[in-house]
Unconditional design. Structure first.
Lengths: 587, 113
């Protein structure tokens, strides 16, 4: 029997949701019939709107999809202005102030505290500069990810940007693919560094050569969620760039038709891949969904991949100053946990205009890149005061930090994440010395098993948990080690479970010290972990209280907003009307 | 009126008559349960896997783990609250910190529509 969500989708889904959304926005929050809340909030996701968690009713997270993370000249200013004008809540965040943008691990943008009544104005402003929220969430083609410097990168073999743009144009708003069984995540990259992270996507196009021609090999069925991480599997198919869309049509049609619509927990294509295996996947694609003979896989470039590999060699991220193939430079700026204040966003938009082309790009490591900076502008640009906080040369603990949204806004999360990871990174920077040859050390904090911070592919993986300390429940983290992508991708081993959150920095400090003492010359952290069993590794992680202070040890999910002075759920002002005034309660 | 119950957002919460009523991340004490070897399971709710109505009880099977011993899995059916008067639809949640007794069903809850 189809799930309830499928029934709602059968009634209204896809493009047509917008008309209803606009009507509700016009009439105000109360216009959504109370007995239809769940159905409408499920549908609104398709237009990039996610109803915030319990205690924050009537407020939405808005996600703006920017394919490949490309933010064209003129767009960043509009994003900053929208954040400043509309993304302000009843209480400021103590680390980030009253308005901010989140750069996500899928090269998208998230704004919080968006009110239903403001959506038409926001859509108008976004669409005026070619941005949009369509299919940013929901059961559809999500934002396409890829190498954020596609078209500019010296390591590029195929320019994947026009292909990504074509896929975006083809599949956004396309009624044939607007109602899939579940989300559909696509990655495409043409460089030899692996920064598309195709291994953790539903459909991945990776650069490969076949008979002297450059194109893409195809992998299917990657994903990290629900304690069921999978690496995408090679289906032995190569496509030239001009046929990538045909294969994408075929694969997303196959998913639409064969994906599980009865059990949403089993709906992602990784589970169909479990069931079928890559050979059947390929043969069904060939026989039922494409009308040309699929070439077998070409020679890939995976042995050169460096991105998020822990190799300490080549690009593990895009932070820093790098020459483009046109002789200009791109400057990758570190944005700690991906969150940037709206005023800073506006200032960066000005700087990107002044020193570069005005274009910026988002990375899958929650950072931002200013592109097209002529060599003669580099010194002046990198001397700008703003870059003290968004450095192109940060501490490894700052540049390696990724955190998901967490209990601040998210229904699923078990623990507070972003502000905690900010505090972790600062403490680690001040108190822990990595070996000289380790410039990259990735710590990913995810609030739950949904794995939005991609914890399984980090040097140190942190996942939200609870434990008891002195008998009282406290926020805690599971600690995993040694994950990373590359030619030989590997998920982290979870070695120490339910560590009270205030003992995690001490645990990482002890781990790093033990690594330094026991490693062989030149041994990377990732290799070090791979060579040891879980028991040995667990002994190296020694959780310990230090002078690190964690203000979020209590159950932040039980609050209406963890940073409010009076954070009791009953003190929430939500739901509010269009001007932010509390609406009368039914009770 | 019929009591409308479902789990949403990847099992993050249980909706009862279009109102968010039970969330993940709470600790539940489970007794007389074969979930793990602990006398009382100190259970962290990480996701609602199935929900149902066994009038007047609203029940769920919850994925999670015992934070004392680390055993993880899915509970048997747990009563998470009650809708005593289906006409009013008002939901009364149980106190999750109290002791609960998961039960194996001998009959099916009303299936999700």
């Amino acid at each position: 029997m189809p799930s309830k969500v499928e029934k709602w989708k059968d009634e209204v889904y896809g493009n047509e949701i917008r008309e209803h959304l606009m009507e509700f926005a016009e009439q105000g929050w109360d216009a959504i019939p109370e007995d239809e809340h769940d159905a409408w909030f499920e549908r609104f996701k398709w237009w990039g709107l996610y109803h915030q968690r319990s205690g924050q009713e009537s407020y939405f997270m808005m996600r703006i999809g920017t394919p490949n993370g490309v933010i064209k000249p003129g767009q960043l200013e509009v994003i900053g202005e929208i954040a400043k004008e509309y993304a302000t809540g009843p209480v400021d965040n103590p680390e980030f102030g009253e308005a901010y943008c989140d750069w996500t691990t899928r090269q998208s943008i998230q704004l919080h505290w968006i009110k239903l009544e403001d959506i038409p104005e926001i859509f108008e402003k976004l669409e005026a500069v070619g941005l949009g929220t369509q299919q940013a969430c929901g059961d559809s083609w999500r934002n396409i990810v890829g190498c954020p410097v596609a078209g500019k990168d010296k390591h590029e073999h195929v320019d994947a940007w026009p292909v990504a743009e074509d896929l975006h144009e083809t599949f956004k708003g396309n009624d044939d693919y607007s109602n899939l069984p579940r989300k559909w995540k696509v990655a495409i990259a043409g460089c030899d560094e692996g920064c598309g992270q195709g291994d953790i996507n539903d459909l991945a196009f990776e650069p490969a050569e076949k008979d002297g021609e450059l194109g893409f090999n195809v992998r299917i069925g990657g994903g990290l969620s629900r304690k069921e991480p999978r690496l995408a599997r090679d289906i032995d198919v190569w496509v030239p760039p001009e046929q990538a869309a045909d294969v994408a049509h075929g694969m997303s049609s196959l998913f639409r038709d064969y994906g599980d619509r009865e059990d949403r927990f089993n709906a992602r294509i990784k589970f169909l891949m479990d069931e079928w295996g890559p050979e059947k996947m390929r043969s069904v694609l060939q026989e039922e969904y494409v009308d040309f003979e699929l070439p077998t896989a070409g020679e890939d470039m995976r042995d050169q991949y460096s991105y998020n590999t822990g190799s300490q060699d080549g690009h593990n991220d895009h932070v820093g100053i790098h020459e483009q193939k046109d002789g200009n430079y791109y400057v990758g700026l570190n944005v700690l946990v991906g969150r940037m204040g709206a005023d800073d966003v506006l200032e960066l938009a000005e700087l990107a205009d002044e020193y570069g082309s005005g274009e910026v790009r988002l990375t899958q490591r929650q950072n931002i890149i200013v592109t097209d900076v002529p060599e003669e502008n580099l010194d002046e640009f990198t001397s700008e005061p703003l870059l003290e906080n968004y450095s192109p040369d940060p501490s490894p603990f700052m540049r390696g930090s990724i955190a998901c949204t967490g209990t601040e806004y998210c229904s699923l999360s078990i623990v507070e994440t972003k502000n905690r990871q900010v505090r972790y990174a600062r403490w680690l920077k001040d108190n822990v010395e990595l070996p000289e040859d380790h410039k990259d050390f990735h710590i990913h904090l995810s609030g739950c098993t949904a794995s939005c911070a991609q914890p399984q592919i980090a040097d140190v993986s942190l996942r939200g948990m609870k434990t008891r300390k002195d008998g009282e429940p406290v926020e805690a983290l599971d600690i995993g080690l040694g994950g990373g992508l590359g030619d030989d991708p590997r998920f982290a081993d979870w070695v120490e479970m339910r560590v009270p959150a205030d003992e995690v920095p001490g645990a990482i400090k002890n781990l790093v010290n033990n690594f330094e003492d026991a490693r062989e010359d030149g041994e990377t952290f990732r290799d070090f972990v791979e060579d040891r069993d879980e028991e040995t590794l667990a002994e190296m992680v020694e959780p310990e209280e230090t002078d690190y202070h964690d203000p979020y040890m209590h159950n932040t999910k039980m609050t209406w907003y963890p940073y409010a002075e009076d954070d009791d759920m009953q003190s929430s002002p939500a739901p509010t009307d269009g001007s932010g005034e509390p609406l009368p309660s039914d009770d | 009126m019929t009591t409308d119950v479902h789990q949403l957002d990847d099992g993050a919460w249980i909706s009862v008559n279009d109102s968010r009523e039970v969330n993940v991340s709470d600790l539940w004490l489970l007794a007389r349960s074969d979930f793990c070897g602990c006398e009382t399971t100190d259970f962290l709710a990480e996701g609602f896997v199935k929900v149902g109505v066994d009038y007047p009880d609203i029940q769920a099977r919850i994925a999670g783990q015992c934070i004392a011993c680390g055993e993880s899995g899915v509970t048997d059916w747990l009563t998470v609250g009650r809708v005593v008067d289906p006409d009013s639809g008002e939901f009364y949640g149980v106190v999750h910190e109290s002791v609960h007794f998961p039960e194996k069903r001998t009959r099916l809850a009303r299936p999700e529509e």
